[in-house]
Design a protein around this ligand. Structure first.
Ligand code: HEC
Length: 145
């Protein structure tokens, strides 16, 4: 079989794509160099194991109202007449004790004379899961990036 130059180039492109999964980049020296990417540091990597468990629960039960990063900006945040608490707000979080947060999570908004639009999670989450969620919520106002 006779390979044309174009065919040979396409073939080597195919090989390098299937080997590296990335488009090859030509280095200034003319050789083919694998592209290097620096992945941004993930927030998860700084979480304790309680925080990681809490994050999974938060991203299942809470984020749609309170926002993935605690800014009350997700798809259900704006359909409520009472704006959900912003856990990214360090000034707000400083006023809330863990006991207060536990009370409102387990008993819902009315347990602290807040809006019933904050649901009751006492029958859904165990006490340990509530503590895990609190460990995660606390990290949202401490993000440095
Ligand atoms: C259906 C929307 C919705 C969901 C889901 C939801 N919340 Fe809320 N939450 C609210 C609203 C609205 C408020 C504000 C109540 C108020 O200020 O009167 C609130 C308030 C709170 C507060 C009280 C903050 C304060 O100012 O005292 C905490 C803590 C809280 N939510 C935690 C959670 C956790 C943890 C979850 C998930 C397990 C969750 N919420 C899920 C709507 C929601």
């Amino acid at each position: 079989m006779i390979m044309t130059l174009g065919g040979a180039l396409l073939f080597s492109l195919f090989v390098s794509l299937s080997v590296t999964g990335q488009m090859p980049q030509t280095s200034p020296q003319g050789g083919v160099k694998k592209a290097e990417f620096v992945l941004p540091q993930k927030h998860e990597s700084r979480l304790t194991s309680a925080g990681q468990r809490g994050q999974a629960l938060y991203e299942f039960y809470c984020y749609l109202c309170h926002g993935k990063s605690g800014n009350a900006d997700d798809f259900n945040s704006y359909s409520l007449t009472t704006p959900p608490a912003k856990f990214a707000d360090a000034a707000l979080m400083a006023t809330l004790s863990d006991t207060q947060i536990q009370t409102v999570i387990k008993g819902g908004g009315p347990a602290l004379s807040l809006s019933p639009q904050m649901p009751t999670w006492g029958g859904v989450l165990t006490d340990k899961q509530v503590d895990d969620v609190i460990a995660f919520i606390r990290t949202l106002s401490k993000k440095t990036q």
